[in-house]
Each structure stands twice: as structure tokens, then as C-alpha cells.
Design a protein around this ligand. Structure first.
Ligand SMILES: *Cc1c(COP(=O)(O)O)cnc(C)c1O
Length: 417
């Protein structure tokens, strides 16, 4: 291969991705080359506020110095042993992460989808071996508009035609109810109690457009699960690790999931790390040889995740997310009063979204995001005409004020095409 002397431009780099990469994403037209804290820079050196944080993976901010140090040190020492042998990081991390979240055991994986798959497997096995469900009859209740990842089993219970279409045949064993509908949950639990092993739920639906359930929904759902001997599985891959102003979003309702799934910010964006946490009576259904991953629990992941969690507590990122979220929604509510384009703002902590006043098929939200990028702030629409705003949690109040001003200025001067 030729050595390149000239640095490639944004246009050239986009063309490369377009030509040689599968078209499974539709990125905004910026090419990023550097990140630090709440900022990212494109190839031409333009600086932006990152208001996506890699779907809430970079809660600790880009290239956090402590994470850079942790990964460098571990990378130069020991990377991968596989679980065929013990390693000197795994047990230390396992003790740390289980005490941090208050569970007996953790099962380490890499990506979020693997975490969800793991939780489903544990839940089904528990259903057969502990609840006594008849062979191959176990069912898991899920919610409409969920997002839990991209594997065949997970998309089998998605309600998004893009996520599902032509990927069948689909994995059976899931019952979908409307999100935030306690009556629907009750009715399924009462009629099919004997075969139901679990209820899988996001405490706030991030990908669906930051759908915040009514107060009390999670707690009611949790209590109902207890009544019917059904495991409450919390997918906190996006909402967890301080994003919503608490360490876990379930804490708002004092709910402790029977199975907790974490990913994304568990490593602060440094490395793919996911974790499934549960107490012994549940986790003990998994025995040697029954589940695993070559990279799961590798020394790099353990060292990075432990440091990432320490940063979150030592820098009090949950408190910061809570406080800044209050300010953000206040400013956006004021904007909604002034602008016909913004219907409302919703969210918790620094996981927020504004609803744009246009049909879900229109490109208005995307066009606003393009205008925002010109004004140095990066955000992306989620389903329909909704823009998610999720900056790194290391943001300061004055930075947030500046960002709110950019959003206000952009929206107030925006002209629909
Ligand atoms: C991102 C996400 C996943 C999937 O995580 P990947 O690392 O992309 O596989 C699962 N559940 C929720 C709620 C997510 O936001």
C-alpha cells in the first residue's frame, strides 16, 4: 500500500466509508479526528460540543486522562488470556463492580447486545430450573418500541420494521406489551403466569426517543413481577452509569432489577465492556461451559471498567447530570414557548430529547441537526422527529449555558425547506 503523505479531507474520508463500508448507518456529514472532554474536532480542525456521547457511552468525557492511563498501562502489560486461565484483573474488577451495584455476582461480556443475550439466557434457564417452567415454554415479556441491540434473537422482539425486516425466521418466546402500560403487563402476567420467566425493560427508552414512563410504572411493574415469580430485567445500557442523574435510572423508583444489564459508559467509551449482574440464586444456574466469550472479562476491559466507574463516583457525575438536566429542560421549555418548531422537551438528568413539530417522515429533525453542526454542536435525530441531547456528564454549567444558547439560536433562525 502507498504511504499517504497528504492528510485526507473530510470529503475524501466520507467517500471512503461510502465506497468500502456497508451502508448500515446514515451518519451526519462530519468526520471526527479528535476528542477531549465534552469536545470533538473534525478533520479540518473545527471544534464541536458532542451532544450524543456515542449513544451515552462517553459519559466520562472523551479521552478521560485516567482512562487513557488505565488502558495504556494494561495494554502494555497483559491484554487477553481467555477465560481458560485466571487473570490478575478479573477478580478484582468483579469484586469492585458487584459491590458498586450491590449484587452477588457479575457475568462479564463485551457489547450491550451480548449483555442482553446473556440476560435472556440466564432468565430462561432460571425459568426452567428454579421456577419450574415446562421445557421450551419459557416466555419473556418485552415492551413495544424497545431497543435492546441487533442480534437475531433481540430483533425478533423489536417493533421497528427496519430492525426486523427480512431478518427472519425469528426467535420465539417473547410477548410484547405497550411500554408504560401497567394494565397490559398485569393482564399478561395473570393469564400466562406459569410460563413467564422475565420482564425485560428499559427504565427510559433511549432509542425510541427518550420515552420516560409515568412515575410509578417501574415500581408497579417490579412488584407485579415479584407477585408472579418473574424476573425483572433492567436494561440500563443507555440509562445507567449516571446518565439520568442517578447511578441507575431504576433508583428513581427504588427498584433493584433482579438482572441488571450494563454496557456503553461502563468503559467510558474506551473499549467494549458489558456486564450482567444478579444475585447468587439467579446466577448459579450458569455452570462451566454453558455460556462464555473469548474477550469477556479480559484484563483490558476489567482495568478500564474499574477506572471508568471510579471516575463516575469520584467526579460525582450523577449529581452533575441531575443538576444540569434541570437547567437544560428549563431552557428548552422556554424555547418551546417561543418556537413553533419545538413541541416539548422530555428526559431525566442529561438524557433528554426535544420533539420537533413536523411529521415523523419529514427531514426537519435531521435538517436541524445539520444546522446545529454548522453552529458547532453535534446531535442526531432518533425515531421520527425527535432530537436526543446527551452530552458527556463532565460538562460544566457554563458550557451547558453556551450549548443551550447554540440550540436556541439555531432553532429560532431555522427555516424549513
Ligand atoms: C445501545 C443499547 C444496546 C445495545 O448495545 P450494543 O453495545 O450496541 O450492542 C442495548 N440496549 C440499550 C438500551 C441500548 O441503548
Amino acid at each position: 500500500m502507498e504511504t499517504t503523505t497528504k492528510k485526507l479531507s473530510s470529503a475524501e474520508l466520507m467517500e471512503l466509508e461510502n465506497k468500502y463500508g456497508a451502508h448500515n448507518y446514515h451518519p451526519l456529514g462530519v468526520v471526527l479526528a479528535k476528542g477531549e472532554g465534552v469536545y470533538v474536532w473534525d478533520v479540518e480542525g473545527k471544534k464541536y460540543f458532542d451532544f450524543l456521547s456515542a449513544y451515552s457511552a462517553v459519559n466520562q468525557g472523551h479521552c478521560h486522562p485516567r482512562l487513557v492511563e488505565a488502558i495504556k498501562t494494561q495494554a502494555a502489560t497483559l491484554n487477553l488470556t481467555s477465560r481458560a486461565f485466571y487473570n490478575d484483573q478479573l477478580g478484582v474488577y468483579e469484586k469492585y463492580v458487584t459491590e458498586y451495584f450491590g449484587y452477588d455476582k457479575v457475568l462479564p461480556m463485551n457489547t450491550g447486545a451480548e449483555g442482553v443475550e446473556t440476560a435472556i439466557k440466564i432468565c430462561r434457564k432460571w425459568g426452567y430450573e428454579k421456577k419450574g417452567i415446562a421445557v421450551n415454554e419459557a416466555k419473556i415479556i418485552v415492551c413495544g418500541q424497545n431497543f435492546h441491540g441487533r442480534t437475531v434473537t433481540i430483533i425478533s422482539f423489536s417493533s421497528d420494521p427496519d430492525a426486523r425486516g427480512n431478518f427472519g425466521p425469528y426467535t420465539p418466546g417473547f410477548i410484547s406489551i405497550p411500554y408504560n402500560n401497567i394494565e397490559a403487563l398485569k393482564s399478561v402476567l395473570e393469564t400466562e403466569s406459569k410460563t413467564i420467566a422475565g420482564f425485560l425493560v428499559e427504565p427510559i427508552q433511549g432509542e425510541a426517543g427518550v420515552n420516560v414512563p409515568d412515575e410509578g410504572f417501574l415500581l408497579e411493574a417490579y412488584k407485579m413481577c415479584k407477585q408472579h415469580n418473574v424476573l425483572f430485567i433492567g436494561d440500563e445500557i443507555q440509562t445507567g452509569i449516571a446518565r439520568t442523574g442517578r447511578m441507575l435510572a431504576c433508583e428513581y423508583e427504588n427498584v433493584k432489577p433482579d438482572i441488571l444489564i450494563l454496557g456503553k459508559a461502563l468503559s467510558g467509551g474506551m473499549y467494549p465492556v458489558a456486564a450482567v449482574l444478579a444475585n447468587d440464586e439467579i446466577m448459579e444456574v450458569i455452570k462451566p461451559g454453558q455460556h462464555g466469550s473469548t474477550y469477556g472479562g479480559n484484563p483490558m476491559a476489567c482495568a478500564v471498567a474499574m477506572e471508568a466507574l471510579k471516575i463516575v463516583s469520584e467526579e460525582q457525575l450523577a449529581v452533575n447530570a441531575f443538576d444540569l438536566g434541570v437547567i437544560f429542560r428549563k431552557r428548552m421549555n422556554t424555547l418551546a414557548e417561543k418556537s413553533d418548531l419545538v413541541l416539548k422537551v422530555r428526559g431525566k438528568g442529561l438524557l433528554n430529547a426535544i420533539l420537533i413539530n413536523d411529521s415523523p417522515e419529514s427531514s426537519t429533525a435531521m435538517d436541524i441537526c445539520i444546522a446545529l453542526s454548522k453552529n458547532s454542536l453535534l446531535a442526531k435525530p432518533t425515531h421520527g422527529n425527535i432530537i436526543r441531547f446527551a452530552p458527556p456528564l463532565v460538562m460544566t454549567k457554563s458550557q451547558l449555558d453556551e450549548c443551550c444558547s447554540i440550540i436556541e439560536k439555531t432553532i429560532l433562525s431555522f427555516k424549513k425547506v
